[in-house]
Structure formats: structure tokens, C-alpha cells
Ligand binder design. Structure first.
Ligand code: BGC
Length: 739
């Protein structure tokens, strides 16, 4: 950003209405190149001579605005003429509007900063920068808010408010680090529904994040008022009580000419649109488009198989990711939340990095996480934190461990050693936080945790599952320490002190939770959770096996007991956010492949396919967000677009298909290929376009024989193991096997 550019704001506080800051200038000379750089406290749309600069929306994106704000630079060479107007429209967005159940978290008012750098054909240069010389005007966006929606009135006069004033913004300006947020799919409504209650509803056929564009000509002053929802209720009526306090109301007031409306500074999570008011003209589905708005990520993964329900599940996982990867990995895109919850992000990030190229996306978010880390090493539960720095935060096990898990997973997927080195100090400080959390050095007891969030083994409608939160915290203590050690070794550091710490943590874990080779869960100190956890839970076994916390001699017995517990429970899992991502892995790694498939193919709740057979087009927050009797889970917490359980795809890809990068040669430079076919699927095929080329496996049944087609890129070594135990080393080519 040019040093002469100043942060400026409107002289008048326009509250929830957007504001326009603008300047005009003339130029006679021929232009060689023009670059417009812009940023805002709040959200901005920048125009040169009436044309929007660049394709990104919701700029400048979301960072911890009190520390750093991105700016974007646009090539606007083609837009410059002799008479020029630079216009910046500003809305409240994440910085000033509602976020995290508060308002004006990062600033009291919006502000903008910009520089237009002109290079003329004769080599001379000129720069137009924001200054108190700029003019401020009212906008036709009369209201905008991330949660509450937007009002655009095309009849509203645009009036002069006075000269701009200087604004104080302390954050550092940085060039765009992450991926831009852009408009992607444009979906036409699939149906116009008239509900039993008499409501008029558009169904877009897909739960999505974005907004509705309306293009029509209607009488001047007539209004389109839209409310959005993800599902219809059991009688087929409009429903959005699960949005809690997020109003999600879109109002467009028509000009009388042809209007094209869409929000500039808000987005919604929706599949259904309730037309609460509509102009006195016939409704035509062609007036409407549902525009998906997400971070622009390159698709890298593909999957298909012979079971249509599993294919729909995969679709839901991909859309769950798209919808929640909007600059920050959010929990959900619709209710008064939409926050970068660390736990959700860490359980899903391996899957995320198979489906899409998320290296830059996480590079940005991890940058904010590192800035948000407290001096004591604590990692707040969502990033950006949206809270005053003096606040007490909840440093929760399996959530804050994102500080270790995500840098490692991103390294594993993309092999970027620099990024790992950058975040090594954050990983280390987090492990030290646990180390010092007391009251015992090698266990993490007490604390304020979310436990096995939303597990089904702690009674109806409980948020925290039955697994001891102390056990989860101590298991993650070991896991994060193990990841720190791996990272340190990649970076050629002496890790002997942490290796000793790891050995002590595992020893203490065994002494406390696995005395005499039997699982014992102790009552823990978490007030919101369980006082007397049962001795055994599925999640406890899953974590112990997945993180390698038991002695080798006990491993098979524990896995068998876990399988037995699932069978005793009618072939159903009881696990939540923490246990579920490892469940199928530990079953198939320990001789229970059949049961892993049974769980994957289960249609009764809790299961992945229950939501699919109940019409889901994205992942649900709860296994039973929609209950069997047609009622909904409590409106306190019930999203139909929560990607966390989509983490099952890392098992589908890594075990069912059988492609895993090795960790000593990350980014799929060297891969293990070990497919685990199952007749019930008929066939399965998946691929990843990795940094080292496309790796693909396709297996299919013909009679009793399984055929394999395996594609390995040039310069990649694959260690193949087929179910019979046959092994071979493959490089560059397409190979066929049958057994
Ligand atoms: C979010 C979750 C999150 C959780 C913390 C919820 O409100 O939606 O996905 O991880 O809080 O337990």
C-alpha cells in the first residue's frame, strides 16, 4: 500500500447503512498500467468509473483486524479514461457488524484506505490516494450485517455527507495472503413451493453459502423481502428457528427499471428462500439465482463408487467444505456463529486437503492463529477470537490442539517446510501450555473443555459426550507432543527433551487410565460435563488406539472390545466430534474392516447415511439434526451445514481407496497404496491432484475377483500392498492387478 494513502472515514456515522467514499481526477496522458490497492475496516467494494475492481467479494476478507488487515491490488488499466471517479462503498462486515454474539468487535466505525498507481506510456507516474480531500456520500445499501442480511433500496437518494475525515486504524496492512472469496456456482431454483401455511418458497435444491441474486423489472418502490432456511419442517412449512438471532433478512426495493440485486456485505447459508413480500408481478424462477460464495480453492480430489448413497455423502462432504471455507474455516455458515472454531477445523483438515488445495487458505488462518496465541501459549477456541485481548479464553483440548495438528497436516499434504518452521514456535508454546496447565505435569487434568462434543452416549440432547474430558485432554497432550516431535525432526532440531516428555505423558496416561491393561475412566473436574463417566466409551478406545497410547500387548484386545461395544449397541456408534474421526481407522487398522464398512453403510441414526437418506445436501451438525419423528434437535444448536463429521472422507480416501502420502516424503512424493475393497460397494475410484501429480486408485468387483487400476505419476514412488499381502513398488504409469 502506498505510504501516502491515509485511512479515511465518513464524517457522519451512518450506522447500519453503507457509506460511499469517492474522489475524481482527470488525466490526459496515455496509460500503460493502473493498479488500484484497497483495504477497509469493515467490507468494501471498489469501483473505477462505475466498474467493480476485480472479481473478489467480501473484501478485504477476515483476519484478526486489530492486528493485521489484508489489502487487495487490482489491475484496472482498462478502466482508466480521461475523467475518472474512484468509488469505495463500505459496509460493516465482520469488523463493525454483529459477530460472535457481539457488535463492533474490532472497530466502532468503517474506514477505507486506497491507492491508485498510474504508470503512463511516457514512463511518468502518478498516484491517487485516500485523503480528507475525498467526498462521502450515502449509499443505497440501507442496512448490511453478516448475520442479519442486507437492504438495498434503488429508490433511495444518494446524498453528499461532507468531506471524509481521517480515521485511526492500528492494524498492520498486509497484501492478500489467503485465497480470494469469489462467486462460484450459480444455481437456478428447482421448484416454487406453496406451503400448507400459504408461504411462497423457492427451493434451490442445494444447501449453500452465498446469496440470492434477483434480476427483474418491477414497479418503482415495490419490495422483495426474503427470509432463508436450510430445511422445511415436517409439515413442509418454512423453518429457520435454528438460525437463532441471525435475522438473515434480504430486502430489495425496486427502481422501476431493470434491477439486478444481490447483497454486497452479507451472506447467508440456505437452500430455501421464503418470499415474504414480492412485487405485484408473476413470479418467474428465472428472476432468481442462488450464488455460491466461498474461498476460491482449486479442486484436487475426486471420488465415486457403486453406492449412490455414499456418492451423495461425498457430495455433501465437498459442499460442507465449500460452504464453510469462506476465508476462515467456519463451523457453519448460517446462524449467529460462523466462527473459525479450531476443533472443527482440525478434525476436518486432512479431508479438506484431499478435496481442495487449501495450503494458502490455511497459511492465512494459521497466521492469525499464531497472532492470537496468548503469552501463556493458550489458543482461543475460535480464530479470529473476536474478543478483547484481556478476556479469559477457553483453551480446550482437541480444539486448541489445532495449533499442532493443522501445521502438521498441511506439511503432510503440501510439504511446505517453511510454513512448518514458521509455526513450530506456536506448536511448541501450545505443548508447553498443556505441560504447565497443572495439577500434574504429565497429564492434563481439569480445564474447561468441550469433550467429545455432540456424542450420543451421554443422554438425549446432551452437548458433551460421556468420555472423560480429562482422558481426552491427556490423550491429545500426547498426540500434540508427538506432532511437535515430528515437526522438530523435519526441521532438524534436537527433540530429545520432547521425546522424554512424550514418554512420560504416555506412561502417566497408562498408569491413570489403563492400570493392569484395563480401561478405567476417572471422574473429572469439568463442571459442564459428566461427573462419573462410565469406565468404557467408544471414543476412549478409539483415541487410545488411534494415538497409540496402550501397550502393544493390549491393542488387539481393546480393538475387539471396541468392536464388541458397537455390536452390543446394535451396530451403531456413539461417538462425537472427537471420537468419530478416528473410529473407522482404528477398526480397519485392527482387523475390523467389515465393521468399519458396516458403520459407513449404516442408515439408522447415528450414522453418516442417516442424513443422506433424509435429504441432506451438506453435512449436519448432529447425527440426528432432524430426528426420526420429523422433529428437530433443539434450536440452541442445530445446523444443517457443519462439516466436522465429513472427516470420514480421510478414511474413505486413505483406507477404502488406500492412498496415503508417506510422512518422510510428504505431498505424495512417496505414497503408500493399500486399497481395502468391499463387495457391498461394487467399485470405488478416487484421485488426488497432488503437488507431485495425480495419484488414482480404482477397484471393482467382477464375480469373485477384485480388479485394480492404479495410476502413479512420474517421479513418485508408490509402495503397493494388496489385501492378499502382495506388495510391489510402482513408479510413473498405470498398473493393473487382480486377485
Ligand atoms: C460450534 C461447534 C464448535 C463448538 C464448540 C459450537 O457452537 O458450532 O461446531 O466446535 O461450539 O464446542
Amino acid at each position: 500500500m502506498n505510504k501516502n494513502a491515509k485511512w479515511i472515514a465518513s464524517p457522519v456515522d451512518t450506522g447500519e447503512a453503507a457509506v460511499i467514499l469517492q474522489t475524481s481526477f482527470q488525466t490526459e496522458k496515455k496509460i500503460r498500467k493502473a493498479t488500484l490497492s484497497v483495504s477497509a475496516m469493515g467490507l468494501y467494494t471498489a469501483y473505477l468509473n462505475g466498474t467493480k475492481a476485480g472479481k473478489a467479494v467480501l473484501t478485504p476478507g477476515w483476519t484478526c483486524y486489530d492486528r493485521r488487515i489484508q489489502y487487495q491490488s487490482y489491475d484496472v488499466t482498462d478502466l482508466v479514461s480521461n475523467e475518472n471517479t474512484v468509488k469505495i462503498e463500505l459496509g460493516n462486515g465482520w469488523a463493525v457488524g454483529h459477530i460472535a454474539w457481539r457488535e463492533k468487535v474490532f472497530a466502532e466505525r468503517t474506514a477505507a484506505i486506497a491507492a491508485l498507481e498510474l504508470v503512463y506510456a511516457d514512463g511518468t507516474k502518478e498516484t491517487v490516494v485516500t485523503s480528507p480531500e475525498w467526498d462521502a456520500y450515502t449509499s443505497q445499501i440501507l442496512h448490511s450485517d453478516i448475520y442479519d442480511g442486507e437492504t438495498v433500496d434503488r429508490t433511495a437518494p444518494v446524498t453528499f455527507l461532507g468531506k471524509a475525515v481521517l480515521a485511526e486504524v492500528k492494524a498492520r496492512l498486509i497484501p492478500q495472503v489467503g485465497e480470494l472469496i469469489t462467486e462460484q456456482e450459480r444455481l437456478k431454483p428447482v421448484e416454487l413451493i406453496h406451503t400448507p401455511k400459504g408461504e411462497t418458497i423457492l427451493d434451490f435444491g442445494q444447501n449453500m453459502t452465498g446469496y440470492v441474486e434477483v434480476r427483474l423489472t418491477a414497479p418503482r418502490g415495490s419490495r422483495i423481502v426474503m427470509h432463508v432456511g436450510e430445511v422445511l419442517d415436517k409439515d413442509g412449512n418454512f423453518y429457520n428457528e435454528n438460525y437463532r438471532k441471525a435475522r438473515n433478512e434480504i430486502i430489495y426495493v425496486c427502481s422501476g427499471e431493470e434491477d439486478v440485486f444481490k447483497p454486497s456485505f452479507s451472506f447467508q447459508g440456505f437452500r430455501y428462500v421464503h418470499l415474504v413480500e414480492f412485487p405485484p408481478i408473476e413470479i418467474d424462477l428465472n428472476y432468481f439465482r442462488g450464488i455460491a460464495v466461498n474461498s476460491e480453492l482449486k479442486r484436487t480430489g475426486r471420488f465415486r463408487c457403486g453406492n449412490e448413497l455414499i456418492n451423495q455423502l461425498y457430495h455433501n462432504i465437498v459442499w460442507g467444505q465449500k460452504c464453510n471455507y469462506l476465508d476462515v474455516p467456519t463451523d457453519c455458515p448460517q446462524r449467529d456463529e460462523r466462527l473459525g472454531w479450531t476443533g472443527d477445523a482440525q478434525v476436518f483438515c486432512r479431508t479438506a486437503a484431499i478435496n481442495f488445495d487449501v495450503e494458502r487458505f490455511f497459511q492465512k488462518w494459521l497466521g492469525d492463529m499464531a497472532l492470537e496465541q496468548r503469552p501463556n501459549g493458550g489458543i482461543p477456541e475460535f480464530i479470529p477470537t473476536c474478543r478483547p485481548r484481556s478476556d479469559e479464553f477457553r483453551y480446550a483440548a482437541a480444539w486448541a490442539d489445532a495449533a499442532c495438528v493443522i501445521p502438521w497436516e498441511i506439511y503432510r499434504a503440501y510439504g511446505n517446510e517453511k510454513l512448518l518452521a514458521k509455526h513450530y514456535p506456536m506448536m511448541q508454546k501450545w505443548v508447553e501450555y498443556i505441560h504447565n496447565a497443572g495439577p500434574e505435569e504429565f497429564l492434563w487434568l481439569g480445564g474447561n473443555h468441550y469433550g467429545d462434543w455432540l456424542a450420543m452416549d451421554h443422554g438425549e440432547d446432551s452437548f458433551v459426550g460421556a468420555t472423560s474430558t480429562d482422558l481426552i485432554a491427556s490423550a491429545y497432550y500426547a498426540y500434540s507432543t508427538s506432532l511437535l516431535i515430528k515437526a522438530g525432526k523435519v526441521l532438524k532440531k534436537d527433540m530429545s527433551a520432547y521425546e522424554a516428555l512424550y514418554a512420560n505423558v504416555v506412561k502417566a496416561f497408562r498408569t491413570k487410565y489403563l492400570p493392569n491393561g484395563e480401561l478405567v475412566q476417572h471422574s473429572d473436574l469439568f463442571e459442564g460435563g459428566q461427573k462419573n463417566p462410565p469406565n468404557e466409551t467408544q471414543t476412549a478406545y478409539a483415541l487410545i488406539l488411534h494415538f497409540g497410547l496402550c501397550e502393544e500387548k493390549d491393542r488387539q484386545r481393546f480393538a475387539d472390545r471396541l468392536a464388541e461395544m458397537i455390536r452390543e449397541n446394535g451396530g451403531l456408534m456413539t461417538t462425537g466430534f472427537v471420537g468419530t474421526p478416528c473410529l473407522l481407522h482404528v477398526l480397519s487398522d485392527n482387523g475390523h474392516l467389515d465393521l468399519a464398512y458396516e458403520l459407513l453403510l449404516q442408515e439408522k441414526t447415528p450414522s453418516w447415511l442417516y442424513s443422506v437418506t433424509h435429504g441432506a445436501t451438506t453435512m449436519w451438525e448432529h447425527w440426528n439434526s432432524l430426528k426420526e419423528d420429523g422433529s428437530f434437535w433443539s434450536t440452541r444448536m442445530n445446523s444443517f451445514n457443519h462439516y466436522a463429521y465429513g472427516a470420514v472422507y480421510d478414511w474413505m480416501f486413505g483406507k477404502m481407496i488406500g492412498i496415503e502420502t508417506t510422512e518422510h516424503a510428504p505431498a505424495y512424493r512417496e505414497v503408500d497404496i493399500a486399497p481395502h475393497p468391499d463387495r457391498r460397494l461394487g467399485f470405488a475410484e478416487a484421485s488426488i491432484d497432488s503437488r507431485n501429480g495425480t495419484v488414482r486408485v480404482h477397484w471393482y468387483y467382477k464375480g469373485d475377483v477384485v480388479y485394480y487400476e492404479i495410476e502413479v505419476p512420474e517421479a513418485v514412488t508408490a509402495h503397493l500392498t494388496l489385501p492378499s499381502g502382495y506388495t510391489e513398488t510402482l513408479t510413473g504409469g498405470i498398473y493393473h492387478f487382480a486377485e
